[in-house]
Structure formats: C-alpha cells, structure tokens
Write a protein that binds this ligand. Structure first.
Ligand SMILES: Cc1cc2nc3c(=O)[nH]c(=O)nc-3n(C[C@H](O)[C@H](O)[C@H](O)COP(=O)(O)OP(=O)(O)OC[C@H]3O[C@@H](n4cnc5c(N)ncnc54)[C@H](O)[C@@H]3O)c2cc1C
Length: 417
C-alpha cells in the first residue's frame, strides 16, 4: 500500500476517496494514475471482463507519447502490434506514405491489460451503478445488489449514451450533423500468406466515404472503415450483403496494391453522434472521456482527447480538490475550463467538421478544397522522393499552419477550412 501523499482534510468519513464509474479506457487509466498517487480509489464497471465491443483499434505517435508521459505504455505493448509505415492510396494510386510509430489492437484486450496493471490501492467492483446522489462533501453511489458506496469525489467515465447521468440532471446535446458510421472487421490474405504492405489507408473521393484503414493487430489484419452516410443507404446495405465486392468496387486497385483478401470475421458497426454533456458543472462530480464529449471515430482524436482529460484531472485538479473539505461546483468548473482541455475539446469538434466537409460536401467550394488537399499531398510526396530534407521542412511548415489554423478556429469558435 502506498502512503497517502496529500494533506488529510477534516472531511466527512467516506468508504473511498474517489469512486470512478466506468472501467473503459478513461476510467481505468484514471484509476491507475490516482491509485499510484496513493488515493483510495474504487473503480466500478458492470463487466468483469470488457466485452468485444468496437472502439478505437489503432493509435499513433501523439497518443503513444502521451501514454509514455503518464507511464501507461507497458500494458499496450503486451497486446498490440507495432507498425510504422502506412501506404496511403487515393483514386487507385499511391498518394504518399505515413512514417511513424503506430500500434494496432483489439479494445477489449487492451482493457484487459490495462485493468491487470491497476495498483493495489484500486478496489475493482463489478456491478451496475443504478443511482447517484451528489453534494460538495459526499457522493452516494447505488450499485445493483450491493451496499451503497460513499466517496469524496465521483468520476463518471461511463462512455457514450449512458442513462445514469439523468439522475444528476445532466443531458447530452448533439452537436451538428456529423453522425458517422464505422465498420470493423478482420481480413485474411488469399493466394499468399501475407499482404504486400503492413498497413494501408485508402482515402475516399467525396462520396461520403472517408477512409479504409488496414493494419495489423496481435494475430490478424484489421479493417476500419469510416463513412458519413445514412445507415439505410444502399451502399451500406451492399457492404452488409457482399462486403468484399462493395470494397473492391469503391476502392479501385485495392487488391493490386494490398493483395487479394477475404473477410475473416463478423462485421462490427457503430453509429456515432457527437454529443456534449450539459449541466455538468456540479458539486462533487466530474465527467471524463466519452461521458463528457464523444469524438468522430474518423478523426482519430478520441484517445488523445480522453488522455488530456485524464492527465489534467489526475495531475492538476484531483490533488487540489483532495486538500479541500468540500469540492463545490466552482472548483469542478476549473477542470472543464482548463485551457489545454478546452483547446482539445473544441479542436476535436472542429476536426470532425473538417472531416465531414472534406468527405461528404459536394458544393464547388469543398470540391476544390478536396482537390487541393490531395494534389498538395501528391506534390509533397514527389518532392520527398527527390529531396527528403525539403519535404520534411514543408511537412513541418504544414503542421505549424494546421495547428495555428486550429488554434485560431478554437479561439474564434468557427469552422476550420
Ligand atoms: C467504432 C469506434 C471507432 C473508434 N475509433 C477511434 C480511433 O480510431 N481513434 C481514436 O482515437 N478514437 C476512436 N474512437 C473513440 C474511442 O474509442 C473512445 O473515445 C474511447 O474508447 C472512450 O473511452 P471511455 O472510457 O470514455 O468509454 P468506454 O470505453 O465506452 O467505457 C465506458 C465504460 O463504462 C461502463 N459503464 C457505463 N455505464 C455503467 C453503469 N451504469 N454502471 C457500471 N458501469 C458502467 C461500461 O461498461 C464501459 O466499460 C472510436 C470509437 C468508436 C465507437
């Protein structure tokens, strides 16, 4: 057992310091960090073992760096497959290549490894939370078939679409028109025992289809397909009826570039709406991860966003709150208004807008932007083959320009072009 490192306030006696409801990625990482810091933490989830549900299945450099800073990388290594070269295709031709560390995994296996790494200061309770009563000094958590639990702070990490928040008058507001569909399935090579590339991303062509990502996970090749289309649309139906044919028809020369394949698993699908929690600045309770704001899967920002939540909460706010006898809504509000968190939150919504517009908008303005986007990438790739140093400089310049465009869009709260 670690020593408690924070001053002991003369607080109301509670069963635990911090109760975390939801043992997905955000809740488990939070429990890990707070447990390591010596707090008495209770993590509650309705599943002992995380079920085979479709969520994030690959992460890149930014998320890896954040996990490393939080010393949370080791569990990932146990279940994930590394890859560092992605061939990007558009209209049947190579667009460019992405170099950089990535990991592919199944979410449920990652959750298993993360939960196995929880320190002994964390008490893991399997149960469905059915009721919440909160105040500045004490939180009461009702768990089906178990005794009520009391805590000084309640962290809600219940993911998207949970009804529990209603007990506290918290609702979820849908932001804009960006409902996106994601599909996940395994593929296996035909006529050979391996594919031509380790990973490939095939970009759509303004037809509402954002991207097909093919990448290794521990013992398979995984496909993630992201689109902005109605689930009742005829193309979506054709994907369900004859997935291989639908993919070959939509992504020309896919087989030439990657190799012939067959679908080797069931096809998971998920319709995501971007929702933001409202009325959450309340005494004694804080929302993190998807419970606060969902992300469009195509942007790949869900994990980066939740890691920012976890880092800001555990490193800055919980240590301050735990020195107080009461955690009222003004203290809680400081977390939601944290500049780094707010930048990340607004930036992820702006990025979802951009993905939607670039993928699905058909007016002349967006057609031209799409054309410009892919032409610029092709030219940069051409330059890279002649002068890698010059291409690296241009890439750097582009990253700085994108970041500052995003930053000014965040500050002015208007869409990023
Ligand atoms: C299809 C899909 C693809 C995605 N792809 C990407 C991607 O490529 N890149 C990226 O960065 N992000 C991606 N995301 C987003 C990313 O997966 C999520 O942001 C992240 O998994 C959210 O984690 P979480 O812990 O907040 O929620 P979850 O992982 O959903 O965890 C919520 C937990 O709360 C528990 N729970 C809920 N209610 C209760 C209750 N009443 N009592 C007890 N337990 C409860 C649930 O059992 C669950 O374990 C994707 C999301 C989806 C849906």
């Amino acid at each position: 057992m670690m020593n408690r490192r924070y001053p002991e306030p003369s607080a109301t006696e509670t069963d635990t310091d911090i109760a975390i409801v939801g043992g997905g990625l955000s809740g488990t990482l939070t429990a890990c960090l707070l447990g390591r810091a010596g707090y008495r933490v209770t993590l509650i989830d309705r599943h002992r073992v995380f079920p085979q549900e479709f969520r994030v299945e690959q992460i890149g450099r930014e998320e890896i760096e954040k996990l490393e800073q939080l010393q949370l990388l080791t569990p990932l290594f146990k279940v994930a497959a590394p890859f560092d070269d992605i061939v990007n295709l558009h209209r049947g031709r190579i667009l460019d290549r992405t170099h950089g560390q990535h990991y592919g995994f199944f979410y449920n296996r990652l959750m298993g490894a993360m939960r196995a790494a929880l320190p002994e200061t964390v008490n893991f309770v399997v149960g469905q939370v059915t009721g919440l009563r909160t105040s500045a000094k004490q939180q009461r958590i009702s768990i089906l078939g178990k005794d009520e639990l009391t805590a000084r702070l309640l962290v809600l990490a219940t993911g998207m679409g949970d009804m529990l928040h209603r007990d506290l008058g918290i609702s979820h507001k849908s932001i804009g028109e960006r409902r996106s569909l994601a599909f996940g399935f395994n593929i296996r090579p035909l006529q050979s025992n391996r594919f031509r590339h380790t990973a490939l991303s095939y970009h759509g062509d303004g037809n509402g289809i954002d991207r097909l990502d093919l990448f290794p996970v521990a013992d398979a090749t995984r496909a993630n397909l992201f689109l902005f289309r109605d689930p009742r649309d005829s193309w979506v139906r054709s994907l369900h009826d004859n997935p291989k044919q639908a993919l070959i028809a939509t992504f020309p020369s896919l087989v030439d570039h990657f190799g012939d394949f067959e679908i080797a698993s069931r096809i998971d699908s998920w319709l995501t709406e971007i929702t933001l929690a409202e009325n959450c600045r309340q005494d004694g309770v804080v929302l993190i991860g998807d419970a606060y704001l969902t992300s469009s899967p195509a942007t790949g920002l869900g994990v980066s966003r939740l890691l920012t939540d976890v880092e800001r909460l555990c490193r800055t706010y919980v240590p301050q709150w735990m020195t107080e006898t009461a955690i009222d809504h003004t203290r809680i509000a400081a977390y939601y208004d944290d500049p780094e968190k707010a930048d990340m939150d607004i930036g992820s919504v702006q990025m979802a807008d951009r993905h939607f517009n670039l993928t699905a908008k058909t007016d002349v303005g967006w057609r031209l932007r799409r054309q410009f986007h892919f032409t610029r990438r092709r030219i940069l790739y051409g330059i890279e083959s002649i002068s890698p140093a010059l291409a690296a400089k241009l890439h750097q310049l582009k990253t700085i320009r994108t970041r500052s465009a995003l930053r000014s869009a965040v500050l002015n709260s208007k869409p990023v072009a």
